[in-house]
Every structure is written in C-alpha cells, then in structure tokens.
Write a protein that binds this ligand. Structure first.
Ligand code: ACM
Length: 263
C-alpha cells in the first residue's frame, strides 16, 4: 500500500489557492491514501468570527469536501484532510475522509490547542475507524498527540494507520509520534505545514518535518522543516497486527488497567 502526505505553506484565507496547490502537488505521484495538514484549506490564525464564519464550511456539503471528492475520484485514492467546519452555529476543527465513492466520514478535534479554544468547540464524536480497502485507518488532529489516550484508543479500536493532519508549532510532536507508534505498533502519517502566520501581535511559525512512522518506531520518511514537499512510502499495514513486543509481551493483553489511575 502506498501512503503519502503533502506539506506546503497554507495561505490564510486563500481557499482557492490552497485547493489548487494540493491538486498540483498530487498530480505527479500516486498513492492509495493521502494525508493533508490541519485546516489545510483556510489557514490557522483566525482574527474574527466573521473570518471564521466566512471560511468554515458545512461537511459534507461544503466546497472543500466536494473538491476533495473530485480529486479522490480523479486519482482513485482516499484523502484525509483537516478543514474548519461549521455546524448549527458552532465551529469545529475537523478532518474528513473521502474516497472515489464520496464522503466517508469526519473527525472533530478532541483536544484543542491554546487559542483554538476561543474559536472552536471541542470534538464531540468518538474516535472512529474506517476501512479504506487496503487498511483500517483512524484520524486524530495535531495536539491530540500529547494525549497518549488518543493514539491508544484508535489502535485499540483497530487502526493500522493513524492519519494525523497537523499545524505544529511546538518542537516535540515528531519525536513523540515515534513513541506513539512504538507503544501501539501502529503506522502514523503526520502531515504538517510550513510557513508563518501573523495577526497583529500574534505570530506562529509551523515546523514542517511531516513524517511517516512505522510500527516499530522507524521514521520511514521525514520532510524538511521549511520546504514544500510530498512524500509517498510503500508500507504493509498488516504489520500493525503484530502486537508482540517480545515473545512474552503483548502490548494490549499485558495492560493492567486495574492498576492505573482512573479519571
Ligand atoms: C496544534 O494542535 N495545531 C498545535
């Protein structure tokens, strides 16, 4: 199975340009599954409710979902991409899964990062698994990485690949995802963005270094920190079925939930 990500400089508020960029970057490469960054179509640093309301879309009826479905049909692929969602007066930092048959589902970011809490409602949908034909996939978004429960829950529910649209600004996630993969024996595709956004006093630089990590924590590919890049890697998702850390240690069966702190 071929899996890939697209890393690029998302331009705030320039939806047409951002959509055109991923179409251009996907064209020369083929993959069974693509992952795009968080909020890849609209950018990150919102400055007003009007901005957010004018950029966020309904799912699946919005322009971006329809555009991604057209790309999925054209290239015969599955695409996971982060987009701003509006739903009955609330906004969610969401990611969708589409394929050649159309819209397959969405995830709403559960752990909001920093000022995202001012704009978005925390995700209210359970972590979910989808079968894309070649693999079972789950979705989490960016800061979900710092809560090991996110990757653990997805893997316990059967994910072989974690699709991880991101807009990373802290320097820790890429290395932490190696551990998330190792402790769960799962693949992860972190699609990060590059570039800087400024709104008045607020300025964020995104850290690139998108990566694809294997079930034993091997970094199969890591991108640069500051250049537009696509990467496609061949993986065998069934390797995620082997949860034996040693001949005598099964990563899930050896858990001792009765010994852990409960919330
Ligand atoms: C983040 O969750 N966008 C850091």
């Amino acid at each position: 199975m071929k899996v890939g990500f697209i890393q690029f400089e998302v331009l705030f508020g320039k939806k047409d340009s951002n959509l055109a960029t991923i179409a251009r970057l996907m064209e020369p490469e083929s993959a069974d599954l693509w992952v795009m960054p968080e909020l890849f179509n609209v950018g990150y640093l919102f400055n007003s409710w009007d901005d957010l309301a004018s950029l966020a879309e309904e799912i699946p009826n919005g322009e971006t979902t329809r555009f991604l479905i057209s790309l999925a049909k054209k290239f015969g692929t599955s695409i996971v991409a982060g987009i701003a969602e509006q739903h009955e007066g609330s906004f969610f930092n969401s990611a969708i899964l589409v394929d050649a048959n159309g819209f397959q589902g969405k995830y709403r970011k559960i752990h909001l990062f920093d000022e995202e809490k001012f704009w978005f409602t925390p995700g209210d949908l359970p972590f979910q698994i989808w079968d894309v034909g070649t693999a079972r996939i789950g979705i989490m978004i960016c800061f979900d990485w710092i809560f090991p429960e996110a990757a653990r829950t997805l893997t316990l529910r059967g994910a072989e690949i974690i699709c991880h649209p991101s807009n990373l600004v802290l320097p820790y996630c890429q290395n932490a995802m190696i551990t998330r993969c190792l402790e769960n024996r799962v693949f992860a595709i972190t699609a990060n963005r590059i570039g800087t956004e400024e709104q008045g006093e607020r300025k964020l630089t995104f850290t690139g270094a998108s990566q694809i990590v294997g079930t034993k924590g091997e970094v199969l590919y890591r991108a640069t920190t500051d250049r537009e890049e696509i990467s496609v890697v061949e993986i065998n998702p069934k390797l995620a079925g082997d949860k034996m850390a040693t001949p005598n240690n099964h990563l899930f069966n050896d858990r001792r939930p009765e010994m852990y702190e409960q919330s």
